[in-house]
Design a protein around this ligand. Structure first.
Ligand SMILES: Nc1ncnc2c1ncn2[C@@H]1O[C@H](COP(=O)(O)OP(=O)(O)O)[C@@H](O)[C@H]1O
Ligand SMILES: [Mg+2]
Length: 235
């Protein structure tokens, strides 16, 4: 049984349909990458899982429950944490205050605390009194990931954590994922940029125009198949 699963997930913004029956699953301990071009529906998928967009109950299953219509706060309390697109730090709060915001709704014992987040990202400890806005883009992304970890989630959703970061910084941020995985979390990383996400993923889903166009283990997917699934066969 999958820990998290979407079944025929559809999503609309008014008259515009953004997702057309997405079936996806995440097993306990697994890391899955969701790749696709801008506008493919990746963020809509993440927001539907995390409750920021509410759908029919049966469209999202988690830990034996139907959560498709649950509110975001309840989903976070149940153990699904999101690193949102654009990081979304609280600008008036320090690094440490931002991190502490991550566990104010869900207080469960687990591997993640201020100490272990600082061990994962030592630069954040040095800068713990700085306002979130005084940090570099990469450091802000580390705070956003650390904040999500502070709730000791069973599922961590990461939406385009590499967006706008230099390649060397992306590598620094992604260097945290082996430890995050070792902590027991199941992870979904969403990216437009295929490289890093494919390196850490057990399985990959490719999306285009609101549908899953390809899925499988990274080693089993040819470059051509990925290209066609990402851009369309005629691109
Ligand atoms: N708030 C919104 N209102 C209307 N359309 C939206 C909204 N958010 C996203 N969309 C549309 O839904 C589609 C999927 O968007 P999104 O899920 O953000 O894709 P991605 O994250 O893969 O770039 C796009 O065509 C986008 O323009
Ligand atoms: Mg997006």
């Amino acid at each position: 049984m999958a820990l998290l699963q979407t079944r025929g997930l559809t999503a609309r913004y008014g008259d515009f349909q953004a997702l057309f029956g997405v079936d996806m699953e995440l097993a306990e301990g697994e890391t899955v990458a969701v790749i696709g071009a801008n506008g493919a529906g990746k963020t809509t998928l993440m927001r539907s899982i995390s409750g920021l967009l509410r759908q029919a109950p049966e469209m999202v299953h988690y830990d034996g429950r139907q959560i498709g219509a649950m509110a975001a706060d309840d989903i976070m309390e149940a153990g699904i944490a999101m690193v949102p697109e654009g990081r979304k730090l609280f600008p008036s709060l320090s690094v440490e205050e931002n991190l502490l915001m991550g566990c104010h709704r869900r207080k469960v014992k687990g591997p993640w605390s201020l100490d272990s987040v600082y061990a994962l990202f030592p630069i954040l400890k040095e800068r713990r009194h700085a306002p979130g806005t005084a940090l570099s883009g990469g450091q802000q992304q580390m705070v956003s990931i650390g904040r999500a970890l502070m709730s000791n989630p069973r599922v961590l959703l990461c939406d385009e954590i590499s967006l706008g970061l230099a390649p060397v910084v992306i590598r620094d941020v992604y260097a945290a994922f082996p430890q995050i995985r070792a902590s027991g979390a199941s992870v979904i990383v969403v990216e437009q940029d295929i490289g890093q996400a494919m390196k850490i993923a057990d399985r990959v889903y490719c999306m285009m125009e609101g549908r899953v166009t390809l899925s499988g283990r990274p080693g089993d997917l040819s470059r051509e198949a990925i290209h066609d699934a990402y851009f369309g066969a005629n691109a």
